[in-house]
Design a protein around this ligand. Structure first.
Ligand code: FMN
Length: 343
């Protein structure tokens, strides 16, 4: 960060102050939880580099999460968070594991928090961060006592909503940014964009795609190579093929796995037709399919048949580099952009 000019750097640290205080980090940049990717190595490296790492619990059992948190604590003394999926059947037990470890921040993803979960997390002294898909839901979540919100646009990698980051930011920040810290996610690849969202009132940002090729990330070399080769237009959203089977779209690199997903949807839709499976079960089956396909790509390196979840910012990922260098580049770009603003 040495080359950063002082005026820009001062403006940046002032704009990040609220987010840093909330997260307990040096920079208000979160590495969004990525299933199979965001484990102890990436999470601790992110927090050690001054950012805020978040463990992706995904489908882990409470025992596995317990081990992952302990492993992360062994690698960093800094703050990090844990991302829990709201439809996990053992959500209460997972919350208890976080509480037992004194985890400071729990991120609830995958839908609105079920009754009692917010209270259970807050009772442990942890802060709760939720995703707000619309302004109305953001206001409702704030009324329910969430401590911070993430707004994530459809440019992001993984499961996505229908609206772009720039529109969500314009709709939501003016209304809610003064109530709770809001972190903007989806499609952020450079610091100029970070500066822009901070100027609009964001407390900080959350990036996923940009951190996949960090040296410290355990993703298979094939997975990283696919990111380095890809351009923005390769990161496409999955298509829903049956109106009765509402599938949350997933953004991933185009490959044969996309075709396999279409076939999977057809198969599940047919079993719905035959009443061989209930709707909730059908939807869960689709979610399990994604988790398995992502593991196949991230861990086994099968980037042709697995799911290479990636956001549109993938075109700005050009090499493998230490996470501290990624953070430094983002901060320099953001500070330079703020320096150019009129005083
Ligand atoms: C490979 C991959 C896996 C992801 N898995 C999860 C997940 O398990 N839970 C979650 O809340 N978000 C998940 N995300 C979303 C990220 O946490 C983050 O919000 C998103 O990547 C931000 O957008 P960006 O990719 O444009 O930077 C995933 C994203 C990617 C690229």
């Amino acid at each position: 960060m040495n080359e950063m000019n002082n005026v820009g750097a001062d403006r940046l640290s002032r704009r990040m102050e609220r987010g840093c205080t909330f997260l307990g980090s040096e920079v208000a940049i979160m590495a969004g939880a990525m299933s199979w990717v965001s484990e102890r190595n990436l999470v601790s490296a992110m927090s050690n580099a001054g950012g805020f790492g978040v463990i992706a619990c995904g489908a882990m059992t409470p025992a596995l999460l317990d081990a992952e948190i302990a492993g992360t604590k062994a690698l960093t003394e800094r703050a990090f968070g844990v991302n829990l999926i709201t439809m996990h059947p053992q959500l209460d037990e997972l919350i208890a594991v976080c509480a037992a470890h004194g985890v400071g921040h729990v991120v609830l993803a995958g839908g609105l928090p079920p009754k009692g979960s917010l209270e259970a997390i807050k009772a442990s002294g942890a802060k709760v961060i939720c995703f707000a898909p619309t302004l109305a839901l953001a206001k409702k979540l704030i009324r329910s006592g969430v401590d911070a919100l993430v707004i994530e646009g459809m440019e992001a990698g993984g499961h996505i909503g229908p609206v772009s980051t720039s529109v969500l930011a314009q709709e939501m920040l003016p209304e809610i940014a003064d109530k709770v810290p809001v972190f903007v996610a989806g499609g952020i690849g450079r610091g100029e964009a970070i500066a822009g969202y901070l100027d609009m009132g964001a407390a900080g940002v959350q990036l996923g795609t940009r951190f996949v090729c960090a040296t410290e990330c355990v993703a298979h070399p094939n997975f990283k190579r696919a990111f380095i080769r890809a351009s923005a237009r390769d990161a496409v959203a999955s298509v829903q093929i049956d109106a009765r089977l509402p599938v949350i779209p997933v953004r991933a690199l185009k490959n044969a796995g996309g075709e396999l997903f279409t076939a999977k949807q057809r198969e599940v839709a047919q079993r719905l037709d035959e009443s061989a499976v209930a709707m909730a079960e059908a939807q869960l089956e689709i979610e399990h399919y994604w988790a398995g396909a992502l593991r196949r790509a991230v861990i086994d390196g099968d980037i042709e048949h697995g799911s290479v979840m990636a956001g549109q910012s993938v075109g700005m990922v050009t090499k493998e580099e230490p996470i501290a260098d990624i953070i430094a580049a983002l901060m320099t770009e953001a500070a330079d952009a703020l320096h150019k603003r009129a005083a």
